[in-house]
Design a protein around this ligand. Structure first.
Ligand SMILES: Nc1ncnc2c1ncn2[C@@H]1O[C@H](COP(=O)(O)OP(=O)(O)OP(=O)(O)O)[C@@H](O)[C@H]1O
Length: 210
């Protein structure tokens, strides 16, 4: 197991065991969610608005603790880079006071190849986040995520703010890298056609609840 962990650079499976979440006001959002997400699996996650998809994503990525149940392995034991979450709103995922260069360097040495693949001119590195469009900043966030070479990526409505041409181009580049690295991928989207194209299996969050 330890050997495999080194070979793959990550954990072989992420499991939610009876994960429930309720708000402070007592509204139950997730109810005994049981799910296994294997290394390399590309899963699409759908479900009606407010059903808890983003909540589950935050719990998986360690940004939110479940009210009960557990994620195995727990975030603190699986290493910093194992699961990365790409948010729908990139402006909420970066420090607005940092220039793009510093935002990227947070993930390590800047990968020039990735900048090229996502059409990011070096001039952008001098800018602050608010000096880029939402779609441009999202490309920065995608590159920052890929730079740490995570074993698992959750893409939560990652391209929903983009026009169809940019959306298609970004998914093409992104899937090329994710396929090459055999990254586990959870794509949260309301666009079934997109999920059918890029994932192996589509789940409705309702199916995961106990
Ligand atoms: N901090 C919070 N306090 C109270 N309620 C919250 C909080 N965060 C989320 N919720 C509620 O939890 C429910 C689930 O939200 P979540 O964002 O997980 O849904 P979703 O399935 O991702 O929805 P969408 O498809 O619209 O993005 C919603 O009803 C939302 O209003």
């Amino acid at each position: 197991m330890h050997y495999l962990k080194i070979v793959f650079g990550g954990i072989l499976m992420i499991r939610t065991k009876n994960v429930s979440y309720q708000t402070k006001a007592g509204t139950r959002i997730l109810d005994h969610t049981n799910w296994e997400w294997k290394y390399g699996q590309k899963i699409g996650l759908m479900g009606k608005s407010g059903a808890g998809k983003t909540t589950l994503a935050k719990i998986l990525a360690g940004f939110l603790l479940p009210s009960s149940g557990e994620v195995i392995p727990p975030k603190e034991r699986d290493g910093v880079a194992s699961i990365q979450l790409i948010w729908q709103h990139p402006e909420q995922a970066v420090n607005p006071k940092w220039r793009v260069r510093k935002i990227l360097e947070e993930a390590g040495e800047i990968d020039q190849g990735l900048l090229q693949q996502f059409n990011i001119p070096s001039e952008w590195l001098q800018r602050f986040p608010q000096q880029l469009s939402g779609g441009e900043l999202q490309r920065i966030c995608i590159v920052r995520c890929l730079m740490v070479n995570p074993s698992y990526i959750i893409a939560d409505e990652m391209t929903s703010m983009l026009d169809p041409v940019s959306q298609a181009e970004i998914w093409k580049q992104f899937m090329h890298i994710v396929e090459a690295n055999n990254t586990g991928l959870l794509v949260i989207s309301h666009e079934r056609k997109l999920l059918e194209r890029i994932t192996d299996h589509i789940l409705d969050i309702e199916e995961l609840q106990g």
